[in-house]
Design a binder for this molecule. Structure first.
Ligand code: SF4
Length: 579
């Protein structure tokens, strides 16, 4: 909660901070077909080792034999999630053993897992304070350990890929204070009121230590203090809390205003929020046969789901990450996007026609791009100079870079999230522009809306009034950038035309309905497995990648931007960067 989040909605955070406030009308508990908390099974497995006395190998065997919920509790766990848990368990325990050996060399006592988490709570007041609160309670997330004499307290914070080398000051301040002044406290059910009394702060440890641990590679990073002990005392913890965490908490507790986006998915105030645009029947979707918790859907979700339902669940929902990284095509696309965003976001607004495209040699030395990608990126940016929409744009027009467009489909209880590359106005007309980089041309035979579902989503959101007032005065544009001179093109789509809206509905319904109804998330192996961040733990995907190696290694897979249609027909017309 203390972690800054510029994209989060202030009202959502202010309300989320008050756990006794409940949604009106109340939201019923809805089970999920699979466990949706990535670390849930790992914590259950660690409990078996750290509290249950099982060996790592015994618990890995239990995980291997699990079908459904792990140890019969909670939601069923996806088979690939179970395999990830077995991997992460081994890396985590080995990392703890290494760190404890280093701590012993530094003269520190061993630390052991605690049964009750630390909590720091104030006494409940008879009347609310100026913020409307009668009591404050600070809790921790992570794995907690203490020395036998209570002098050393450790907190281990797992990360899904590699260990983070730092965390925001406000988060560390909040964590350090609970570790230094919190007391072991029995767990409560989610909505139960806390006891009225304050927690005992008289038995402070001498040293608190916080480590981040990477579940993919077992890396460990100390987040407090310096070598050799990597910790701080209660005095430093209090200073951190007062200097970094208190301002953050006060700002969250008192912030007003709304910012529709990802926050809407868990927001207790959604029923009364007038800033979240309602778009009933956005694509004419049917309610799934079994009710589910509110979800978000983006064009990227739809794209990954269409490739492989398991990939959507594992990478988009659970955020598993095997550190296989981006391929060259995705890296190149990301670089071009960030170059355009940086220049289009400048004030005063300026077009790109007179800007020099970057030099490929400089690009190579300053970015992660290889020689070919640096050359391609330079050619694409040169193509963009002639298609940039900001040249000649009036000073009173609006230009929004990476603007979030959010809509709520009430009958499906789905929050639709879209972030167009650029949105701007032109003489009263709103224009939504997506930019795609590609090594292949656009082909006449392929439907643009089908090839790029984010264009279809843009059409529907315009049509439903989620952006601008009048779809008949709007455009959705695709800027298709290629390396060669004169090969980049601009395509325009009119969201005011009924046949375009019908096609967009058809495209999104065809992608979204199976996603919303799925309860099994089966792996569907194919070429996309080469770019899947969960492949390490997925048997069908690993077998596919072994049997179908890429011609020039993993970097050769380059469809991450969805820009590689396979048909071999006439290139499309549109406005060329030569015109
Ligand atoms: S490796 Fe392939 S089959 Fe497995 S989850 Fe990823 S995309 Fe799906």
């Amino acid at each position: 909660m203390a972690r800054p989040d510029a994209a989060a909605c202030p009202t959502h955070r202010r309300i989320a901070m008050r756990p006794q406030l409940v949604a009106e009308p109340a939201v019923p508990f809805l089970s999920t077909p699979y466990e949706e908390f990535g670390f849930g099974p790992l914590f259950a497995a660690l409990d078996r080792v750290e509290h249950g006395g099982r060996s790592v190998e015994q618990v890995r065997e239990e995980l291997r034999n699990t079908r459904g919920p792990f140890r019969g509790r909670g939601a069923p766990v996806h088979p690939v999630h179970l395999a990830w848990t077995a991997h992460a368990l081994e890396r985590y325990v080995a990392a703890r053993v290494r760190e404890q050996a280093a701590a012993a060399e530094a003269g520190l006592p061993p630390t052991l897992a605690i049964g009750q988490p630390w909590t720091w709570r104030t006494r409940r007041l008879d009347a609310p304070d100026p913020r409307g609160a009668r009591q404050y309670e600070h809790t921790l997330w992570g794995r907690m350990y203490t020395s036998a004499d209570g002098a050393v307290r450790d907190l281990w914070l797992p990360s899904l890929g590699r260990a983070k080398t730092s965390r925001p000051g406000a988060e560390l301040g909040a964590v350090a204070r609970v570790m230094a002044h919190g007391a072991p406290t029995p767990r409560r059910r989610a909505r139960d009121e806390p006891p009225t009394g304050a927690t005992d702060t008289s038995r402070s440890p001498a040293l608190v230590r916080v480590f981040d641990v990477g579940c993919a590679d077992g890396s460990v990073e100390p987040l407090l203090g310096a070598a050799p002990s990597f910790g701080e005392g209660p005095v430093e913890a209090r200073k951190r809390f007062e200097g970094d965490a208190v301002p953050a908490f006060l700002s969250i507790a008192t912030a007003t205003g709304t910012r529709p986006g990802e926050s809407c998915v868990d927001c207790k105030a959604i029923a009364g929020c007038t800033d979240l645009k309602r778009t009933p029947s956005l694509w004419g979707g049917r309610r799934p046969p079994v009710a589910r918790k509110r979800r978000s859907v983006s064009a990227w979700d739809l794209r990954l789901y269409a490739e492989c339902p398991a990939q959507y669940h594992l990478v988009r929902r659970l955020h598993l990450n095997d550190l296989s990284g981006e391929n060259e095509g995705a890296r190149r696309g990301r670089f071009v996007d960030s170059w355009l965003d940086a220049h289009h976001g400048e004030q005063p607004v300026r077009g790109c026609r007179d800007r020099a495209a970057p030099n490929p040699d400089v690009l190579r030395s300053e970015t992660e791009l290889d020689e070919a990608s640096a050359r391609e990126a330079t050619g694409m940016l040169a193509g963009h100079r002639l298609l940039c929409p900001l040249d000649g744009l009036g000073a009173d027009e609006r230009v929004l870079v990476q603007h979030r467009v959010t809509a709520y489909v009430p009958e499906l209880d789905v929050v639709v999230l879209a972030v167009p590359d650029l949105v701007y106005t032109h003489r009263g007309r709103w224009v939504w522009r997506e930019t795609k980089t590609s090594s292949r041309p656009l082909w006449e035979r392929d439907s643009l809306l089908r090839t790029y579902p984010q264009l279809a989503l843009g059409v529907l959101l315009f049509h439903a009034g989620a952006l601008g007032d009048d779809p008949r005065r709007s455009w959705v544009e695709l800027e298709h950038l290629r390396e060669g001179h004169g090969e980049s093109r601009l395509e325009r789509i009119d969201p005011g035309r009924a046949e375009i809206v019908d096609e967009a509905r058809h495209v999104i319904a065809g992608l979204a309905q199976p996603l919303l109804e799925d309860t099994t998330y089966e792996p569907r192996a194919g070429r996309h497995c080469h770019g899947c961040l969960a492949r390490t733990w997925c048997r069908p995907g690993s077998a596919y990648a072994t049997d179908h190696p890429l011609p020039h290694g993993p970097g050769a897979f380059s469809s991450a931007d969805g820009s590689e249609p396979s048909a071999e027909l006439t290139p499309r017309g549109g406005i060329s960067s030569n015109d």
